[in-house]
Write a protein that binds this ligand. Structure first.
Ligand SMILES: Cc1cc2nc3c(=O)[nH]c(=O)nc-3n(C[C@H](O)[C@H](O)[C@H](O)COP(=O)(O)OP(=O)(O)OC[C@H]3O[C@@H](n4cnc5c(N)ncnc54)[C@H](O)[C@@H]3O)c2cc1C
Length: 127
């Protein structure tokens, strides 16, 4: 590969969440980066789509981005990310499972409530 002016120093295959992080880090030290994605949308396993009814948007892969929200990377780039429309929503009721018999077990940010919910299924598991 020739390396004339305008040629990238790095080519990243795939535009999941890790690609822009790597591209940003490399470009901050002056390197040229080209990101290539095979899908018509970036995001990889972190994408939101209207899959069921109009207006209902579903996370098709990751939905708990607590590790990103509290990462040094997010802290360093918070301003730039938020100026581009990134926002992270913290949910009190973050995840749950509906069982075939109509029962439901969800987790919240309150450990006491989680123990109560688990106890409704199993005292042993609660202990
Ligand atoms: C169902 C599910 C739920 C998850 N839940 C969570 C969660 O709640 N919290 C959490 O922290 N993590 C979760 N994860 C893991 C998290 O989504 C991944 O760790 C993260 O998205 C990986 O990002 P990535 O950029 O490395 O790769 P990916 O997101 O896999 O992106 C890779 C990209 O590369 C593209 N690509 C691949 N091959 C080529 C090619 N040859 N040419 C061009 N493009 C190509 C793909 O189309 C894709 O866009 C979940 C994952 C899944 C699948």
């Amino acid at each position: 590969m020739t390396h004339g002016r305008g040629d990238p120093d790095f080519i990243i295959i795939g535009a999941g969440i890790n690609a822009p992080g790597a591209a940003l880090t490399l470009s901050k030290v002056g390197l040229q980066v080209l990101v290539l994605e095979r899908n018509d949308q970036p995001g990889g396993a972190i994408r939101t789509q209207e899959l069921t009814l109009p207006g209902f948007r579903h996370d098709i892969g990751a939905m708990n981005l607590g590790a990103l929200a509290r990462s040094p990377f997010y802290e360093e780039h918070r301003e730039a990310l938020e100026s581009k429309g990134v926002s992270i929503v913290f949910a009190d009721h973050s995840a749950g499972t509906v069982l075939p018999n109509g029962r439901f077990l969800g987790v919240t940010t309150d450990p006491k409530k989680n123990l109560e919910a688990i106890a409704a299924f199993s005292g042993a598991d609660r202990r």
